[in-house]
Structures are given as structure tokens and as C-alpha cells.
Design a protein around this ligand. Structure first.
Ligand code: SIN
Length: 282
């Protein structure tokens, strides 16, 4: 039995956690409830927190071991498990990932790794007044609602996830995008994942998509593959599956990468700053 309160954002997707202070260690029962509530709601919003980097890592460990991101220029000194996400530039150089004004890219974190990630925790330190929301799509409900015939068609399909492909596409849209270094490129060979994934804890199926990171579906011709991916993507990002989080300072949002995908929203860096810190556990 938890001592915090939970306020669902909709009938099944997303919930707000109230009456919790994550800057203090949770007792065993609250910790277990938080893990269970994440499995149930897939996105948890915890407002009004005051977290140090130590706190952020400690809370992350309730869900697994935080990973060190390959783009190590954005990891926090002394806390290599934490990656900076920001549109702030210092001396013309971005201080974090997702630095562009229009970095919309639906994805699940670290899908470019052979083992996909479990959970991410994103904490807001500077919040823009306009724009910069993070949008979350419920890829589990989206899968459940697919027509039976389409589910039958895609079950067993695998897709190629490619960080190199992602960076090439982003550079085409934004020539100022900081490229991967040669050392980073060799650490991110293309990987293959099922298009329909099975959640190891809930046993539910969901779509594993990404509108820029996927090169194509294995064994399906390029045009047909892209048409199918576009169709699934349009379905999974329909408004009925999406929660859009408008950031305030002190928000911590925790999401289950095995059951959702997300994207940043446009934010004009010349007028509005955003600074967040993210951990991702495997
Ligand atoms: C992320 O992809 O983890 C960050 C999303 C955002 O910047 O809103």
C-alpha cells in the first residue's frame, strides 16, 4: 500500500503522483508501488520536486541500472549516467541533446542498442514558457486497437534501427546538427528489433516504432516498408493515444520505454530556454 496519491491522466495512460518527495529515499512499499504504477500507467508525472543529481540517480535505480549515453559530450561531469537535454548554446556550442528548435523525432530511448531500454526519467530545471513539450504515445493501446488482419501481418516483422541513419536525416533538416564523432559511430552499428514487442513484465504487446531512426523493415521492399511504417506511425500518434507534457521547473516524468514512444516539440531557442536531465535504465 503506497502513502502517495495517484491521479490518472486518462483511463489507462499516464498518471500524476501526488504527495511524494523524491529527494528523500522512499520506503520499500512506496518504491514497489511506484514501479508497479509505472507498469500500469506507462507514464508517471511527479511535479514540484527538488532533486540533486544524486537523487535523480537514486530514484532511477528503483527501475534498473542507468546507462551511460554514447553522446558522452552531453553527460553530466561526475554523473555520467545523466545526460543533458537542452536548447541552450554556450559560445555557439549546444550544451545538450535535442538542441534544435524543431527536434521532433518520435522514438523510444536507446532503440539503437541491441538491448532496448526499460525506463527513462526526465527532470526539468529550466522550463520554456512556450513550446518544448514532450509528447508521449501509448504504443500498447495503439497496438491493441489495430485491426486483427494488420496485427497478423506485422507480427514477426523486424525493423532496422540505425543511429547513423537518424543523424543523417537530422543533418538534412538541420545542417547545424552536431554529428556523431567517428568514435561514437563505431559504437552504434545498426540493430534489428521486432516491430511488435512483448513487454517482459506485463506480457502486453506494443509497437516499437520511430519515425526517423528506422531504416526499414527487414525483407520488405523499401516502398512497401515505408508505407507500412507511415501507416503504423500515423495510427500510434493519433491524439487519442498521446499525452503532451508541458514542463514546469521541478517536474520529473518517468516513462516505460517498453510500452510508449515520445518526442520533443518545437521550441524557439532564441526566446525560450529549456534544460532537463535524463537517465535511462536498461
Ligand atoms: C527525450 O527524448 O528523452 C527527450 C525528449 C524531450 O526533449 O522533450
Amino acid at each position: 500500500m503506497s502513502r502517495y496519491r495517484i491521479d490518472p491522466l486518462s483511463s489507462a495512460f499516464g498518471a500524476r503522483i501526488l504527495g511524494i518527495d523524491l529527494s528523500r529515499p522512499l520506503d520499500g512499499s512506496d518504491a514497489a508501488c511506484l514501479v508497479e504504477d509505472l507498469l500500469k500507467y506507462r507514464v508517471l508525472v511527479v511535479r514540484d520536486q527538488n532533486l540533486s543529481h544524486e537523487d535523480h540517480v537514486r530514484v532511477s535505480r528503483l527501475f534498473g541500472e542507468p546507462e551511460i549515453h554514447v553522446q558522452d559530450q552531453y553527460t553530466v561531469p561526475g554523473f555520467r549516467q545523466i545526460v543533458t537535454i537542452s536548447n541552450i548554446h554556450r559560445d555557439g556550442v549546444p550544451i545538450g541533446m535535442y538542441d534544435g528548435d524543431n527536434e521532433q523525432e518520435w522514438h523510444t530511448d536507446l532503440s539503437w542498442k541491441p538491448q532496448t531500454s526499460a525506463v527513462s526519467l526526465l527532470y526539468s530545471v529550466i522550463a520554456p514558457e512556450v513550446g518544448g513539450e514532450t509528447r508521449f504515445a501509448d504504443t500498447t493501446a495503439a497496438y491493441d486497437d489495430l485491426p486483427t488482419e494488420l496485427r497478423g501481418r506485422i507480427d514477426g516483422f523486424e525493423a532496422v534501427h540505425s543511429m547513423v541513419h537518424l543523424f543523417e536525416r537530422q543533418a538534412a533538416d538541420n545542417p547545424a546538427k552536431v554529428p556523431l564523432t567517428d568514435a561514437q559511430r563505431v559504437q552504434v552499428p545498426d540493430v534489428v528489433h521486432p516491430l511488435v514487442r512483448l513487454h517482459p513484465q506485463t506480457g502486453r504487446r506494443s509497437l516499437l516504432l520511430g519515425d526517423m531512426i528506422i531504416r526499414g523493415i527487414v525483407g520488405v521492399d523499401e516502398v512497401e516498408s515505408q508505407q507500412l511504417l507511415d501507416q503504423l506511425h500515423a495510427h500510434a500518434t493519433a491524439d487519442r493515444y498521446v499525452y503532451s507534457h508541458r514542463w514546469a521547473v521541478g517536474d520529473l516524468v518517468i516513462w516505460d520505454n517498453r510500452a510508449t514512444m515520445h518526442t520533443a516539440s518545437p521550441c524557439d531557442h532564441t526566446r525560450h530556454q529549456r534544460l532537463l536531465y535524463r537517465t535511462t535504465v536498461m
